[in-house]
Structures are given as C-alpha cells and as structure tokens.
Design a protein. Structure first.
Length: 153
C-alpha cells in the first residue's frame, strides 16, 4: 500500500468536510474500512484532564468513553505526547480491556502547537499488528487531523 497516496486521499476528505467532527468521523471510517488489521478505530479528544470518546467504528462500542489522562495506554499517550504501540495487550499492565478479541493496540496523539488535542486509538485482533510504517502513516494522519479540532460549520 502506498501510504503517501492514502494520506493524500485522507487530506482530500478532511478538506471537503464542513466540520471538525465530520472530518474526524470520515477519517475513522476510512481507517477502519481500508485496513483489515484495524478491528476498532476511534478518536478521543482532550477535555480538561480527560480523554472523551469522539467518533469511532468497530463491531461494538467501548465502555471507556472517558479516560483520565495518564490512565491506560490512551492516557499514557496523551500524557507524554508520544505514540504508544502495544504488540501484545495481555502483557501491558496499562491496557484497559475493551474487547476480549483485542491483541494489539496503537495510540497516536493529535498535537497542535505542542499541545495534545486528542488521539487516534486503533485495536487489532492480531498480535504485533502495527508496523513502523503503520506508525509513521498514522502519525501523518494525526498531523492532518490537528487543524480540524476546532472547525465548525
């Protein structure tokens, strides 16, 4: 897969969206539907000291709709501003279990002006599902999403 071409397609969909939430939802749909190793995809937005679930796509909703910053893999990524890749969630004590089928996870912060605005959270039913290329690509997606956070119609 040519990730540069995919990033260009995602940028076009973001640019065409009227609101930030529409742009985020479109990106979530794309990331879920075009990558067979993505079983659940969502965005959490920072609100105060918490991460609050925004648009998501997967077989079912997560019970973790609000996560304190610093808690779990998602909270760790928000606290550090660094991407977290967990190859085997059963071996990471920080993992907040959402689905019994999840084997690995990647969390990519969405950052603007040095501030974490939110993050892309992706679960996979495969162990070690996320490659360095996936990480680089998703960090590129996060860069594209950063300006849309405050966009309204």
């Amino acid at each position: 897969m040519d990730y540069r071409q995919v990033l260009a397609q995602i940028k076009e969909t973001i640019d065409a969206a009227r609101t930030g939430e529409e742009a985020a939802a479109t990106v979530i749909d794309y990331l879920h539907d075009h990558f067979d190793h993505h079983s659940w995809v969502g965005i959490y937005w920072v609100r105060g000291q918490d991460l609050v679930l925004g648009p998501w796509k997967g077989p079912q909703a997560t019970e973790h709709t609000r996560i304190p910053i610093g808690t779990g893999v998602c909270g760790a990524a928000a606290a550090s501003g660094m991407t977290e890749v967990v190859d085997d969630v059963s071996k990471d004590a920080r993992y907040l279990a959402c689905f019994p089928s999840t084997k690995s996870e990647i969390v990519v912060p969405i950052i603007a002006d040095g501030r974490v605005l939110g993050e892309i959270d992706i679960d996979s039913d495969r162990l070690a599902a996320f490659t360095p290329e996936d990480r680089e690509f998703l960090e590129g997606v996060a860069v594209l999403l950063a300006p849309v956070r405050g966009r309204s119609a």
